[in-house]
Design a protein. Structure first.
Length: 134
């Protein structure tokens, strides 16, 4: 089965570095979040890149205050992962999603943000490495 991020029905089974943030866009539990004129879904794409910094612990819309964390264990929403494989913030129009494929377009964000624990469970961790671009 190929890797997929359904961006819905996520479950966080553990988290650390929990904070409260005010959203500047709609998010779904488990989304990768970054700051760009407010907290919103992260994106690896050059020109519109938003570095991943937190994982959403709740659904929310612009203006709402939600809990987010520097890291956590995300289950259910992801599938087809290779255990032990790296995860990155996705590029193109996949705001807030994760991918096992490192972004390769010049200028894309390539910061590793997680590790697959099983085919459907990943440890997401932000802030462990300096932000990087291709």
């Amino acid at each position: 089965m190929a890797f997929a991020d359904g961006q819905s029905a996520g479950q966080i089974t553990d988290s650390w570095g929990v904070v409260h943030i005010t959203l500047a866009g709609t998010v779904v539990l488990g989304d990768a979040l970054g700051y760009s004129s407010g907290w919103k879904r992260a994106l690896a794409t050059v020109g519109t890149a938003i570095q991943g910094e937190l994982i959403a612990l709740q659904n929310g819309v612009s203006g709402e205050v939600i809990q987010a964390a520097q890291g956590g264990v995300l289950k259910v929403r992801l599938s087809g992962m290779t255990p032990g494989g790296p995860l990155y913030v996705a590029e193109a129009t996949s705001n807030g999603k994760y991918t096992e494929t490192i972004p390769t377009t010049s200028g894309d964000v390539t910061t590793r943000c997680g590790t697959a624990l099983t085919a459907t469970e990943a440890m997401i961790y932000f802030g462990r490495a300096a932000n990087t671009v291709v």
